[in-house]
Structure formats: C-alpha cells, structure tokens
Design a protein around this ligand. Structure first.
Ligand code: NAD
Length: 367
C-alpha cells in the first residue's frame, strides 16, 4: 500500500455506515500551504479505482496551485457513490466532519458529481469548504475568473505568435459554449475577433452565442461535433471536456495554438510532443484554467473580486515564462510547466505552512 501512495503525504479513508459515506481524501503536498482540491462523487467500480483517481487528481492539484501562485498545496477527495441516488444532507455532513478532523490541512468544494449545495451541508461541520454560493459566504460563480484566465492565456500566446497581445482580427474555434466557453466567446467578440467558429451539443447555447454575435456584428460559423477539430483558425479553445487532444484529433488540427479551459486536454503526455512536432503551441490547461482556483483560494481572505482579477492576470506572465522555458530547453510546454512549478515549490517550500494560514487574522488582505 505504501508503494502505491508514494509521494503523497497523507491518505485518509472515511467510512460512516450510518450515512453510507465511503470517501477517500488524499493530501499530496502541503509545502506551499494547506491542501486544496475539489470532491468528486462517482460510482467507482472498486476502492482501488477510487484510490487511483484521488491520488492522480491530488498530485495534479499540487502543480495547479503552485502554478497559480496561491498559498495552497494539492489535495483531492472522492466519494464512492452514485450522485443521482446516494446523496443526502447527512452524507455530506459526515464528509464535513472528516474534513474538519484534518484540522485545516485540507480545504475542499465541488467537483464532478457534486454541487455547491451539497457543500452547504458540509459547511455546517467545517469551515474548510470553498466555492459555495455568495449567500453562504462563498465567492460564487468561478467560471467568470476562469474565462478571464483563458483570455489572458490567449493574449500571452498571441504575444509569442504575433508579437502583440491584441486579440483583434483573428479566428477562434471554441468547443463548448457552457459557463466558461460562452463568456470567452463574448469577450473575444468585444476584443474584435474576426470570426468565431463554435461547436456545442446544446442548441440553446449555440442560439445564445449566435444572437450575441449578431448584436456585436461578429461572424459566427457553427460546426457539428467533431468537425471543430479540423477547422482552419488561429486558435482552438477547448471548453467542454478532457482527453480531446489525442492522436486522432491532433492529426486534424489546423490551428497555430490551443488555449482553453477544459481539464486534462491531453490524452497522454506524448500528445504534447505530437503538438510540438506539428508546430502547434499548446498552453498547458492547468495554467490557463486556474482563474476559478484563484477565486476559491482567495476566499480565505474575505471575498474581493478585484484582487481575484489581479491575480488571474498573472496567468499571462506565467504562460510567457512557460513558453520561454520550453523554447530555451527544447521541452514541450507541459514539461516546461511542470518544471516551473517544481522550481516554485522548492524555492518556497515551508514558507506558507497551514499554521500561518490558520493564524492569519481575518482582516489580513493579500497584496
Ligand atoms: P459547462 O458544463 O458549463 O459547459 C460545457 C459545455 O460543453 C456545455 O455547453 C456542453 O453542452 C458542451 N459540450 C458537451 N459535450 C460536447 C461536445 N461533444 N462537443 C461540443 N460541446 C460539448 O462547463 P464549464 O464550467 O463551462 O467548464 C468547461 C470546461 O472547463 C470543463 O472541462 C471544466 O472542467 C473546465 N473548467 C471549468 C472551470 C470553471 O470555473 N467552470 C474551472 C476550471 C476548469
């Protein structure tokens, strides 16, 4: 078992027969601060499968937090169960009690299969919950800063490709017009996009973007499903789901760069090499989509949207650093991003321990 959890600081199995809670909390690394990561609920086929998932996801959060420069480390939780059948207020209160037992070492909130409302129940048992609605003291919709982050990512990429961070006059292909994708589309129209090519399985989402484009006098082309991979555009912006950059789709891409919010866009790390060899600049997803994380991490310091926006802007410089590191070292951008995070963790290790977080006065404001 210890071989399996090598590299992780702590793994907690949570079992409550009364509420039916079966969960695993994995704390990967707290050298930058307490672990932060969402809680997924899924009907995993086995405890082993759930463990694999939580170990992988919590490790990813360590890198994501380091890249976003929030004073948190990486963690994640999984609840084994069917979100459609197995939820109850008591189950989430029980989960909250397990989180509380970690005494500030782990902060969590919603992820696949869970909603902010589920965590309102957990919040009754612990303060270590982030991302609930504003009426419960949380910071609300995280897709706003996430969409801003995508725009900053596009500007940094434009700087490398075209020597300007102006997004005017380019063609953008967006996959997924949900909470993030629709906001990105709107901001691109405001920035003077020449054309936006979109794909979504939800006809309502398409209609909304079409009607906005009509008002803004921006050309929009709608394509069906997989056709989005083969369209000719300057940028491909994945905002739907993961695993979309694979051998099959990369072969079809006719863009200069990929910059989007979807998590885990690369099917495998080798697909990063494929993109590099094809001359397509890939903005690592966890750098670009950190706006939501920055917002929830900021909740510890009292909500302040201006401060969140300011910190989200740093995605621009982080991405430029990653591109330079990749260029100088002959690395893929993912390799460069990972080494950038590892260096940051090493240089700041133990300077933001969770104890200093817990002791920080409520009125303390981040700079
Ligand atoms: P969402 O569920 O609101 O939107 C996803 C959109 O993708 C929907 O409109 C859906 O109809 C569409 N879609 C689904 N299948 C599709 C397909 N085959 N082809 C085209 N479109 C398809 O999700 P969201 O909050 O906008 O997040 C988008 C992505 O960004 C997700 O991968 C999410 O994990 C990631 N992300 C989101 C946030 C956030 O703050 N919301 C933060 C970080 C990462």
């Amino acid at each position: 078992m210890f071989e399996k959890i090598k590299g992780h600081e702590q793994v907690v199995f949570c079992n409550d027969e009364e509420t039916g809670l079966k969960a695993i909390i994995a704390i990967h690394n707290t050298s930058l601060g307490p672990a932060l990561g969402g809680c997924r609920m899924q009907p995993y086929a086995s405890v082993d499968e759930a463990l694999e998932d939580v170990l992988r996801l919590s490790r990813g959060m360590t890198y994501k937090c380091a890249a976003a420069d929030v004073d948190f480390g990486g963690g994640k939780a999984v609840i084994i169960g069917d979100p459609a059948k197995d939820k109850s207020p008591e189950l989430f209160r029980s989960f909250g009690q397990f989180v509380e037992s970690l005494n500030g070492r782990f902060y969590t909130g919603t992820d696949m299969g869970t909603t902010p409302e589920d965590f309102v129940h957990a919040l009754k048992e612990t303060n270590c919950i982030v991302g609930v609605d504003e009426v419960y003291g949380g910071s609300g919709d995280s897709s706003i800063p996430t969409a801003h982050g995508v725009i900053f990512g596009l500007q940094a990429t434009s700087q490398v490709l075209f020597g300007t961070d102006n997004l005017i006059g380019r063609t953008y292909a967006i996959q997924g017009l949900g909470k993030v994708g629709a906001k990105v589309a709107e901001q691109l129209m405001l920035a003077g996009a020449k054309k936006i090519i979109v794909a979504d399985i939800n006809p309502l989402a398409i209609l909304e973007v079409q009607s906005l484009a009509e008002k803004m006098k921006t050309e929009v082309e709608v394509v069906n499903g997989d056709e989005i991979y083969g369209v000719k555009a300057d940028y491909f912006i994945p905002c739907a789901f993961g695993g979309i950059l694979n051998d099959r789709t990369i072969d079809q891409l006719q863009v200069k760069a990929v910059v989007g919010s979807a998590n885990n866009q690369l099917m495998t790390e080798e697909n990063g090499v494929l993109l590099k060899n094809k001359g397509i600049l890939y903005a690592p997803d966890y750098i670009v989509n950190a706006g939501g994380l920055i917002q929830v991490a900021d909740e510890l310091y009292e909500p302040n949207k201006e401060r969140v926006l300011r910190q989200t802007k740093a995605i621009y410089t982080s991405l430029l650093n990653v591109y330079k590191r990749a260029e100088d070292g002959g690395l893929t951008t993912v390799e460069a991003a990972n080494s950038f995070c590892e260096q940051r963790m090493k240089s700041r290790a133990r300077r933001n321990s969770f104890f200093s977080h817990m002791k920080r006065p409520k009125w303390a404001v981040r700079i």
